[in-house]
Every structure is written in structure tokens, then in C-alpha cells.
Design a protein around this ligand. Structure first.
Ligand code: SF4
Ligand code: SF4
Length: 476
């Protein structure tokens, strides 16, 4: 609803400090420096409410221990992947593949529905850039102060402000880099090894690399990463259709633009609702003017909506001059799901999620792999018996010890010799030779399908089997 609160306080563009022209603000990349203005509003709040839990999860998860292991831990050396109470092995690659496919379809569906909202609200690059901008704002002041500070000659005050900013940036970068490496190294050993200088040179260099990348990406490169380095930003525009919700400027309502006196009847003056204050441009982390139309660089963060709504409110105009809208401007939430592309992505997403949950629920904590022993002949005859030798590889993929009983699920006449009962420690891979025999007399053919079973005491008493071939002499 429009309000008439304090319209005279609208700061027009002339009240702002413009960044100096020229090349004196060149960053690590080629281009001018973006001084992002702070804004408040619905989307800024939403971004904060999404970013804070994500960041807390990122920083705290490596400190959390579950059943004597780190809650989320990618043990590259042991080839194990701990996620809360689950332990995944290389044999579970299919689950990981399903998860990646689900994530891809979720991203496609969200992009068709609302463009680059992933970039604007949840992408780590966006979140870390926001943290670094917040620190910049805290140490050097708001946008205008930062511009003046950069233009001013070096002084003790300027050194103090710049130094405090870089120290805080550095601390965040160190916390981020070490936390990221802790997901692969283990948080407690990493902190211990770093503190006692026991860490290997390779691990130290990896940690340093992520610290430096965080510092450069969030501190300096910022929107350049989204524009030129992110592969997702390159292909996402092909997923849009006419119903995709994009942050859009209502040209019909806004143009012609121009400054005016507060409370004036701008329509009589031949003006539109846009007062040309430039706030929507100044708050944009992607450094674009949304009034020029949709642009691939726009990350749909909604900050220009917040900025413009604040201006509209102060002017006593209706909000929504910049808003989420599609080319058709359907306006209905559910209508978007009726689009064929959206339906297709959503269907795939539901199917893959169902498949993944089914696989996860039916996942066995024990794997069995039976291979014929290549060290002997195809078969051997002994005491009137035909014998085949196999190597059975058992893998306890759970995080607790397990008792395994080997057996034979075969047609009558086959017998198994060798030790049947085995005790596997948590995560142990155990290899055992196994002999299977059948009386030579009465053999009807030269090749039989048999199955070796493993009954285990995992989560519940369960049995898994693997089929193998049993080779006998060819009957003449
Ligand atoms: S669109 Fe809104 S924020 Fe942008 S210049 Fe016009 S009035 Fe200002
Ligand atoms: S144009 Fe608006 S929505 Fe797009 S990136 Fe800039 S501030 Fe965010």
C-alpha cells in the first residue's frame, strides 16, 4: 500500500557521491569497482534468513561428532563418506550419482520457475560476497564514505580502516578455508596438526589455496565470478521460458524517468513513477541496471526490488515498480507448474527422489563380491568330486562390527567347504577362499548357475546373494 511518510527525504542522485572516473579503482580484474549500497527489505531479510543457517551448518558440522566420527566427513584415504549416521563406500557410487541427478533436476526446475534464485539466495559465492561487503561497510562506512575514503590520500585513518577490513576479511577466509579442508581431513586433526606444525606440506598448500581463493573471490572478484567464471550462469538462460519469474522493471509504469518534487503530480509533468534515483543500480551486487531490461548477469537477488520499494514508499507511490514478473506476467503460482518444461523437470525430480530414497532405505550394510579363482584350472576332480574355487570379498560398510555366515543357495548336490562364519570389524574388507563341489557322477551339463549367500547381523538379520558360474567337465 502506498504511504505518504516523509517524501521530502528522498535522496536524489545528486546527493550521492559518484565514483571517480578513470582507472584509479582498477581491481584484480579489468573493470571499475562496484560500491554496493546497503538496503533493507523483504528480499534482504530472506537472503539473511537463508544464509545464516547455511553458514552455521557449514562452520559447525565439522565440529559435530556422531558415533566416534565427524558428522560429515569425506575420508579420501579410507574411501569412506560419513554423512550423519550413514557410511558410504565406493560401491555406493550409484547413490551419489542419483543425488547429483536429483540436485541437477531441482536446479533446472527452480531455474525454469524463478530464474537464478539459486545464485541470488544460496550460492556460496553470493553469501561470502555479502559477508565481505558487510565487513567493508562495518570498517569503512556506507557506500558514500567508502567512495570518499578510496579517493582520499593515504592517512593514518585510512590505513586503520583498510587494515581492519583486511584483517577481518583474512580471518573469515582462514575460517572458511580450514573448515572446507576439515571436511576431508577431519576438524580435530586439522586444528591439531596446524597448531603443532605437523601438517604435511600438501595439506597445508590445499588449505592455503582455499583461504586465498575465498579472500580473492569474495573480497575482489565478486560479481566477476558470477559473470565470467561460473558455468551455471553460462547455460541457465536456455532454461527460461515465458513463464519464468525474473526481476523486472515495469517500463510502462516507470518511464519517462526523472527527478521531481515530492508529492508532485508527476503524470501531469509527463513523467513515469521512476524518479531516476539510481538506488536500484547502487544496491546491485552484479553491477547492472535492471531498467535496461533482463540481463544474463542478473542473479535474481531482489535487492533492487527492496531498494525501489523503499523509494516508492517514501514517495507515496505504489510499490512493485521493480518486481518478480514473467514475460507473460501470469501472476499465478500454480500456473507455472502447468508448463511442459516445468512439468517434465518436476516429474523427473519426483521420480529420481523416490528412486534415491528407495535405494537408500534398501541399502545393505554388507557387500559381497565373488570371483572365480584364476590361480587354478576351471575345475578339478578329487575323490569323485568336481570342485571349483572362488575368492569371496566381504565388505562391512557399516560403522559397527558384524558377524557373517556364508552359505550356498544352489540346486541339490552342491556342497561348500571352508570356514563359513566370519567376524568383520566396522568398515573391514575381508577376503576368503571358498571351495564348492558336487559329485562327478550324475552331472548333466558343464555349466551351472549357483549363488553364494552371506547372512549378516547388520541393522537386522539379512541375507544377500551373488550368482556365479560352476564349471564342470564337458560330457562326451
Ligand atoms: S527504478 Fe526505482 S530505484 Fe531505480 S531509479 Fe527508478 S525509482 Fe529509483
Ligand atoms: S538487477 Fe536486481 S535482482 Fe538482478 S542482480 Fe541486480 S540487484 Fe539483484
Amino acid at each position: 500500500m502506498p504511504t505518504n511518510s516523509k517524501p521530502e527525504k528522498i535522496p536524489l542522485v545528486s546527493l550521492d557521491v559518484a565514483p571517480p572516473e578513470g582507472q584509479q579503482y582498477k581491481e584484480l580484474y579489468e573493470g571499475h569497482r562496484v560500491y554496493v549500497r546497503k538496503t533493507q527489505g523483504v528480499f534482504q531479510r530472506l537472503r539473511r534468513n537463508i544464509a545464516v543457517p547455511l553458514m552455521l551448518a557449514f562452520f559447525l558440522l565439522p565440529w559435530l561428532q556422531i558415533d566416534d566420527h565427524q558428522a560429515v566427513f569425506l575420508d579420501v584415504i579410507e574411501q569412506k563418506f560419513y554423512v550423519l549416521w550413514w557410511v558410504f563406500w565406493p560401491q555406493d557410487t550409484i547413490l551419489l550419482a542419483s543425488l547429483l541427478i536429483i540436485a541437477a533436476f531441482a536446479l533446472f526446475a527452480v531455474t525454469v520457475w524463478a530464474g537464478r534464485v539459486w545464485c541470488g539466495f544460496t550460492c556460496p559465492q553470493t553469501i561470502w560476497t555479502s559477508i565481505f561487503i558487510w565487513i567493508e561497510d562495518f570498517c569503512e562506512g556506507d557506500r558514500n564514505r567508502r567512495i570518499r575514503l578510496d579517493a582520499a590520500p593515504w592517512s593514518l585513518e585510512k590505513i586503520r580502516k583498510k587494515a581492519s577490513k583486511h584483517i577481518l576479511w583474512g580471518l573469515v577466509a582462514v575460517a572458511t578455508g580450514t573448515t572446507f579442508i576439515a571436511y576431508f581431513y577431519g576438524m580435530v586433526p586439522l586444528v591439531k596438526d596446524l597448531a603443532t606444525a605437523q601438517i604435511s606440506l600438501e595439506s597445508f598448500l590445499w588449505t592455503l589455496l582455499f583461504v586465498v581463493l575465498t579472500y580473492l573471490n569474495a573480497g575482489y572478484m565478486r560479481e566477476q565470478v558470477c559473470k565470467h567464471m561460473c558455468p551455471y550462469s553460462r547455460f541457465q538462460s536456455v532454461m527460461y521460458d515465458q513463464t519464468t519469474l525474473m526481476v523486472s522493471y515495469d517500463e510502462k509504469r516507470g518511464d519517462p524517468r526523472g527527478p521531481r518534487k515530492a508529492r508532485s503530480d508527476y503524470k501531469k509533468d509527463g513523467l513515469g513513477a521512476c524518479i531516476d534515483c539510481d538506488w536500484c543500480v547502487q544496491v546491485c551486487p552484479a553491477d547492472i541496471d535492471i531498467r535496461d531490461g533482463w540481463q544474463a548477469e542478473c542473479i535474481n537477488c531482489g535487492l533492487c526490488i527492496d531498494a525501489c520499494d523503499n523509494v516508492m514508499e517514501r514517495m507515496g507511490y505504489q510499490k512493485g515498480l521493480i518486481r518478480f514478473a514473467s514475460a507473460l506476467d501470469l501472476g499465478g503460482f500454480w500456473q507455472r507448474f502447468k508448463q511442459p518444461r516445468m512439468l517434465g523437470y518436476s516429474l523427473c525430480l519426483v521420480l529420481m527422489s523416490g528412486l534415491f530414497l528407495n535405494n537408500l532405505g534398501g541399502r545393505e550394510p554388507l557387500s559381497i563380491d565373488v570371483i572365480r579363482d584364476r590361480g587354478v584350472h576351471l575345475y578339478r576332480e578329487r575323490n569323485g568330486q568336481i570342485e571349483n574355487v572362488y575368492t569371496v570379498k566381504l565388505n562391512n560398510m557399516s560403522d559397527r562390527p558384524m558377524e557373517v555366515q556364508l552359505g550356498l543357495a544352489a540346486k541339490q548336490g552342491f556342497s561348500l567347504s571352508g570356514r563359513r562364519k566370519h567376524y568383520l570389524e566396522a568398515g573391514e574388507v575381508f577376503t576368503v577362499p571358498l571351495r564348492i563341489s558336487i559329485p562327478a557322477e550324475g552331472l548333466a551339463k558343464s555349466n551351472y548357475q549357483i549363488a553364494i549367500s552371506a547372512t549378516h547381523s547388520g541393522n537386522a538379520e539379512a541375507k544377500i546373494e551373488q550368482k556365479v558360474a560352476f564349471i564342470a567337465p564337458v560330457k562326451s
